[in-house]
Write a protein that binds this ligand. Structure first.
Ligand SMILES: [Zn+2]
Ligand SMILES: [Zn+2]
Length: 452
């Protein structure tokens, strides 16, 4: 018998944490954190302290009280007694927090499997944001690539690359005692690497699976136009072309497809793309893995922004060691301010204070990230602050974005092509809608076991 237990990812977008048991084999598919994790009990500076283990989370039922899973340090002050773990492996599909963030709670001896890109991205982000990104001190990390066949007892797990809004994403074909089970991870079909997702679909279909865990992030969004990455690039190019001043752009630094769209649109308009030293570090570190990326040190189209240091200067000692490498390509607020018409500059919400130094004239701002921020009530305060900055500096606001997830139409095509006997919707708030695409939909429930 094969069973699945959903400790996250059931009737929610994100938080995938799914235990698969088959005979004596027990593996987890992803070990992520829900997007609303802890928000009922923690707020701003009211947070569990680093010294705390799982006792704080157990108090509010935020983490499952599962024995033989967590590290000694994490269960020390809880009712769970520390015992040697009984989990054979954890497979990580990609490096987004809703798929990896709770790795830090796991016992360090449990083997963790992840793609080489995911490993690299986690390493980079841990260096830049050690408080935010920390998967713990795992002793047994195994790196896979697309097409590998990994044996865990009698199970064979086959990771296949897919396209998503972060590089290094995978889906899995898990060969169980009942036959192949497909896990999509997060994927899309409307970006420049969609051939990878097509390859995944083809291999998944060929395996003739009996079950599929399918993401359904965009299941609820009816009839919207499915913007492609290419359309985003064209829109961005048009805005840059029409702009009479500096163009600010906000997009996630891990969204490399989006970076490339902005890079190309900037270069075609014969302008310079300005990124800060953190972004430069990310691009520089991923260069080996992603050959299309420009070389930030050699490419004249890219300039690297160093904000004014505490000392009021721009000297070596003002910056972290990893940043100093980029100092030969440094531009300061004076340089950017003087040259506004020729610049497209990455500008996240938290860095808006730079506008005070840059004093933008006739500027445009392209918001190129999840629409969540622009729509949800929970973001209203932040949105108002952004609007105030735009108004204060007379900046014109634009949107240009496409999702990292497959559209409803693409999900339908994908499900029909792979044609599993049982369809299990995960990573969605609209699980019941999958019944329109498939005759045998099983809807998972959080914390419950599903027998297959
Ligand atoms: Zn996700
Ligand atoms: Zn994701």
């Amino acid at each position: 018998m094969v069973s699945l237990t959903f400790y996250g990812g059931a009737n929610e977008i994100g938080g995938n944490k799914i235990l698969l048991e088959d005979k004596d084999a027990r593996i987890y598919l992803d070990f992520g954190e829900s997007f609303d994790f802890g928000e009922d009990y923690f707020y701003e500076y009211l947070q569990p302290r680093a010294a705390h283990g799982l006792e704080v989370y157990f108090e509010f039922d935020l983490m499952p009280k599962v024995p033989r899973l967590y590290s000694k340090k994490m269960v020390e002050r809880t009712e769970l007694k520390y015992e040697k773990p009984d989990i054979d492996a954890v497979f990580i599909s990609h490096s987004h927090s809703d798929h990896v963030n709770h790795l830090e709670f796991l016992d360090e001896s449990i083997p963790v499997y992840m793609g080489h890109g995911t490993h690299k991205i986690l390493e980079i982000y841990h260096k830049l944001y050690p408080q935010l990104v920390d998967i713990g001190e795992h002793q047994n990390i195994n790196i896979f690539k697309s097409g590998d066949k990994i044996k865990i007892k009698h199970l064979v797990i086959e990771p296949i690359h897919v396209e998503h809004s972060i590089p290094g994403a995978y889906g899995f074909i898990v060969h169980t005692s009942r036959g192949p089970l497909i896990y999509t991870g997060d994927l899309r079909l409307h970006g420049p690497q969609n051939n990878m997702t097509h390859e995944f679909i083809e291999k998944a279909a060929q395996s003739k699976p009996y079950a599929m865990l399918s993401e359904g992030t965009r299941m609820g969004s009816e009839q919207e136009h499915n913007y492609t990455e290419l359309e985003v690039e064209e829109k961005v190019e048009g805005i840059i072309k029409a702009s009479k001043g500096i163009v600010f752009a906000y997009f996630s630094m891990s969204n490399i497809d989006r970076f490339m769209s902005f890079y190309r649109a900037t270069v075609r308009n014969k302008k310079k793309l300005v990124v800060d030293s953190k972004f430069a570090y990310i691009l520089d570190s991923l260069k080996d893995k992603i050959p299309v990326l420009p070389d930030v040190m050699a490419d004249d189209n890219i300039q690297i922004y160093f904000k004014l240091a505490k000392s009021g200067n721009h000297e070596d000692k003002d910056y972290k060691v990893y940043e100093r490498k980029f100092m030969p390509k440094m531009v300061t607020y004076q340089d950017v301010s003087r040259n506004q018409k020729n610049i497209v500059m990455h500008m996240s919400f938290n860095k808006l204070v730079e506008l005070v130094y840059l004093q933008p004239k006739n500027a445009d701002y392209i918001y190129s990230s999840s629409e969540h921020f622009l729509e949800g009530d929970e973001n209203e305060a932040e949105r108002t602050v952004l609007e105030n900055w735009m108004k204060h500096f007379g900046v014109k606001f634009h949107k240009a974005h496409c999702s990292g997830h497959a559209s409803k139409q693409d999900l339908e095509r994908l499900i029909k092509a792979i044609n599993p006997k049982i369809l299990i919707p995960i990573h969605t708030q609209k699980a019941a809608d999958f019944k329109g695409f498939h005759v045998n939909v099983k809807i998972p429930e959080r914390g419950k076991m599903m027998e297959l």
